[in-house]
Ligand binder design. Structure first.
Ligand code: SF4
Length: 68
């Protein structure tokens, strides 16, 4: 699983970073970024919680686990 934050939709509320700081960080610009690495299975539940909690529906997840 990987997570991607849609820059155009993110409004920087920071819910994602509060729910799952291992994956989401708020950058100096005030918006969220997801780490660009496959998410370990033990973090998947909190990533899904961040997806559900994002007020802008700005987080998308894919099941892809490797870099092409
Ligand atoms: S919760 Fe959503 S809108 Fe808020 S910082 Fe995270 S991705 Fe952006």
């Amino acid at each position: 699983m990987r997570a991607v934050v849609d820059d155009d939709s993110c409004r920087g509320h920071g819910v994602c970073a509060a729910v799952c700081p291992e994956v989401f960080v708020i950058t100096d610009g005030g918006y969220a970024e997801a780490v660009d690495i496959p998410i370990s299975p033990d973090l998947e539940a909190s990533v899904r919680e961040a997806v559900d909690g994002c007020p802008e529906h700005a987080i998308h997840i894919t099941e892809e686990n490797h870099v092409n």
